[in-house]
Design a protein around this ligand. Structure first.
Ligand code: WT7
Length: 673
């Protein structure tokens, strides 16, 4: 079938410009050798001048990069048209391109047999390699299949799959035909999935019969069956086979691989406007339901590609190993879009850090000859506890850069990552960013190869990023050695454009708190040297093992229990998970319950309505009342101090409605499940 792929698949496509060797030829300047796109920038002779230029001339910077790094069907006429205070963000206006062509076809023209994906299946040692040619073929067949089933430009397709080549092909097939994708992490429950399908107004779902992770089988198709019962708009479910076990199929279900084989390997790519939607991705906020952040075509792809290339110093021929799940933004930007836009070879990791044993990552690094490894601090902390032998057992000499993402990396974990995993040879890049930012915004690289890296600090803004710290009054902090609310002072191409169906919420969350700035929700410290360190969320969002969750979402589930009058959930510092979940539960009058049974019930509810990772580590039941202000707001600051056992730090209770509430909770601290 591979032979059947007609190589002229996109030869008719007018390709305006591509990065080729000719852009670098004859350039003596240091900066241009480092970054060919920068060759034409006036007066930019070193890296710090380049950074400076990208911030003060962000339009010229991005225009040059966009023309050279992406293949356009029609060139853009306006680099950007943004008004941060109104939440209006547009980049590369007038331009048209197709993201799948940028990720596939242009590489098939130059290096069809290069490996695009290495699928590191759950069963270790059974990896599957997919070349650019065959990924394009899969994508085209799928694109045609979706089209034949009525999926149109502008529709939204929900993808509920483990990390695997068909999931990537599904994302790219959507991009090919101009549909938006909505990947939902396959660890989410049926109810959480249903909520996201409905909010996205998705009529099509793509899934697999079963998932396999850490040796355990999960019934993903059954979960979809349950979910779509409450999603009347869903007309079709495509089912791929991850295992050999058949599952019950209904009239609505389509056997994906079987039907793909009937499709042509050529699929006309849609000419998409720069600002058409590429995907939605749901993430938690401090209040309300999860929000569907919207990312668009050109700006997102460009930002993912450029950060992938320069933060990790990714070069042609390298094997890039991001172990995130495609259900999160990290998987989108650094397992899929960034590496593929750059013609890279990217690993799709389906397993867990300790399956079949705690040597999994490093055995994989040795076997696949991984050059850049990108993972989460929570996994590093876990592996550190198993000891150095699991690392030493394997050859890690191919590693060049180690990346960390998703939560603060504590010094001990950083040092171990650097010293043991990287043998002290590899720069560790702690990368700060969010679903909202589309790609990495602060990290120690790019910078000169010998520039210092401070453990546990994300340090330096990426090209064109202008971090700004605000004090509690909303004034810009201009000096160093200060902490404040982290904002970004000018738009960049990778930022989210809106919240699906709720632009007002987008404006209120990100644009209103500090007019004219993008507000991240995080706090940060700027050191004497001007380096940034992320200090954590300023809102009621917590980070459990790198998974972001709103405390209000968990409270909402707990409050649905018949015995519960009200609840308060807070995050507390947890050795392995970064943050753990601690719930205070006030029961309704006169209910007779057993603490242990109630806790069990509450945990089941959270895992059924959200996901396992959101389950409380501790539930304090039999709480008489929650500490509240006179206006009825729960004083979480006080609860946090109680959990941290920092009773002196409880501080001023004078605004409390009834100060005895705190005493009661402290005394009841032992009643835990
Ligand atoms: C939140 C975003 C970034 C992709 C994965 C998570 C926290 C992220 C770091 C870091 C300290 C970090 C922030 C941020 N966070 N990276 N390097 N150091 N904190 O994306 O689910 O949208 O979560 O994760 O609090 O706001 P996300």
């Amino acid at each position: 079938a591979a032979e059947a792929l007609r190589m002229n698949v996109t030869s008719d496509l007018p390709v305006i410009c591509q990065v080729t060797a000719k852009h670098t030829a004859g350039i003596k300047c240091n900066v241009a050798a480092f970054m060919p796109e920068a060759a034409g920038f006036d007066g930019v002779s070193d890296r710090s001048a380049l950074q400076e230029f990208s911030v003060s001339n962000s339009e010229s910077f991005w225009a040059a990069v966009a023309r050279q790094r992406l293949s356009w069907i029609r060139p853009f006429h306006t680099v950007q048209d943004c008004d941060l205070s109104r939440g209006e963000i547009k980049w590369f206006v007038g331009g048209q391109l197709n993201v799948s062509v940028n990720c596939l076809d242009r590489h098939v023209h130059t290096c069809p047999e290069r490996v695009a994906l290495i699928w590191e299946r759950d069963e270790s040692g059974s990896e599957v390699k997919v070349t650019y040619r065959s990924l394009l073929e899969m994508t085209c067949r799928l694109g045609n299949l979706l089209r034949r089933h009525g999926v149109k430009r502008g529709d939204c397709v929900t993808i509920y799959m483990p990390t695997c080549p068909l999931a990537v092909a599904s994302m790219l097939a959507c991009a090919r035909i101009g549909a938006a994708h909505n990947v939902v992490f396959a660890g989410f429950s049926a109810e959480a999935l249903a909520e996201r399908i409905r909010d996205a107004q998705s009529g099509t779902v793509i899934t697999v019969n079963q998932g396999v992770r850490g040796g355990k089988v999960t019934e993903l198709k059954k979960t979809v069956d349950t979910a779509v019962q409450s999603c009347p708009a869903v007309q079709q479910v495509f089912v791929a086979m991850r295992t050999e076990n058949p599952v019950a199929m209904t009239a609505r279900d389509v056997a994906m691989e079987e039907e793909m084989l009937k499709e042509d390997v050529v699929c006309e790519p849609a000419a998409m406007d720069s600002e058409d939607v590429l995907f939605l991705l749901y993430t938690s906020g401090s209040t309300g339901k999860p929000k569907g952040l919207v990312h668009t075509q050109a700006g997102y792809l460009l930002y993912a590609a450029l950060t992938h290339r320069y933060v990790f110093s990714y070069h042609d021929g390298d094997v890039f190993g991001c172990v995130a799940d495609i259900g999160w933004i990290t998987g989108h930007s650094y397992s899929v879009y960034g590496p593929l836009a750059n013609g890279g070879t990217t690993v799709l990791f389906e397993s867990t850090p300790i399956y079949p044993d705690p040597g999994r990552y490093w055995e994989m690094v040795q076997r696949l000859k991984i050059n850049q490894f990108y993972g989460a601090p929570t996994a590093i902390r876990l592996l550190l506890k198993y000891g150095d032998e699991w690392v030493h057992k394997y050859d890690r000499s191919t590693l060049k850069t180690l990346g960390s993402v998703g939560e603060p990396i504590n010094t001990e974990a950083w040092e171990w990552y650097h010293r043991v995993v990287g043998d002290g040879r590899c720069p560790v890049v702690d990368t700060w960013w969010q679903t909202e930012t589309g790609g990495i915004c602060i990290s120690p690289r790019p910078s000169d190869a010998d520039a210092e890296i401070v453990p546990g600090m994300a340090m330096r803004p990426f090209f064109s990023i202008k971090p700004t710290l605000m004090d509690t009054e909303g004034k810009v902090l201009t000096s160093n050695d200060v902490s404040g609310a982290l904002c970004i002072a000018q738009p960049w191409p990778g930022m989210a454009r809106t919240i699906h169906n709720n632009h007002q919420r987008f404006i209120e969350t990100y644009c209103r708190p500090h007019p004219g700035y993008f507000f991240t929700g995080d706090g940060a410290y700027r050191s004497k040297e001007g380096y940034y360190q992320i200090t954590g969320r300023l809102d009621d969002v917590i980070n459990v093992s790198g998974h972001r969750i709103g405390t209000a979402e968990i409270e909402d589930v707990l409050n649905q229990c018949a015995a519960v009058a009200e609840s308060a959930v807070i995050g507390y510092s947890h050795d392995l998970k970064g943050q753990g979940v601690y719930a205070f539960v006030v029961l309704k009058n006169d209910v007779e319950v057993q603490g242990a049974a109630l806790c069990q019930q509450l945990n089941n509810m959270v895992s059924k309505k959200i996901a396992k990772y959101a389950c409380p580590d501790f539930i304090q039941v039999f709480v008489q009342r929650l500490p509240k202000t006179r206006s009825g707001k729960i004083m979480r600051r006080v609860l946090r101090k109680v959990v941290e056992r920092d009773l002196d730090g409880v501080g001023d209770l004078s605004t409390l409605d009834d100060p005895t509430a705190v005493q009661e909770i402290i005394q009841g601290h032992g009643d835990l499940c």
